[in-house]
Design a protein. Structure first.
Length: 82
């Protein structure tokens, strides 16, 4: 359990919320919901498997961290400014 000093609590919560939002935005860029299917993992406790739909495999293979940061989508720039 993480214990936060009272005077930093507001800042810590704001940072945690911003990080969560950025992670969700990034996840949606890498794995567009309409391009993938999520399947439960065979072993309990592991995250779902992300399976690309066949017609989107090539596009998903091009979505790398390098591409992501080189393109700097407008939503990413806006999210960082907030």
């Amino acid at each position: 359990m993480l214990i936060i000093a009272a005077e930093y609590r507001h800042h810590a919560l704001a940072i945690a919320e911003a990080a969560c939002k950025l992670n969700q935005l990034r996840e949606n860029w890498f794995n567009l919901p309409e391009w993938i299917e999520r399947q439960p993992e065979v072993i309990a406790g592991y995250p779902e498997r992300i399976i690309p739909k066949p017609e989107y495999t090539a596009q998903l293979n091009q979505r790398t961290l390098t591409t992501f940061y080189n393109q700097k989508p407008a939503w990413l720039v806006n999210a960082h400014e907030q």
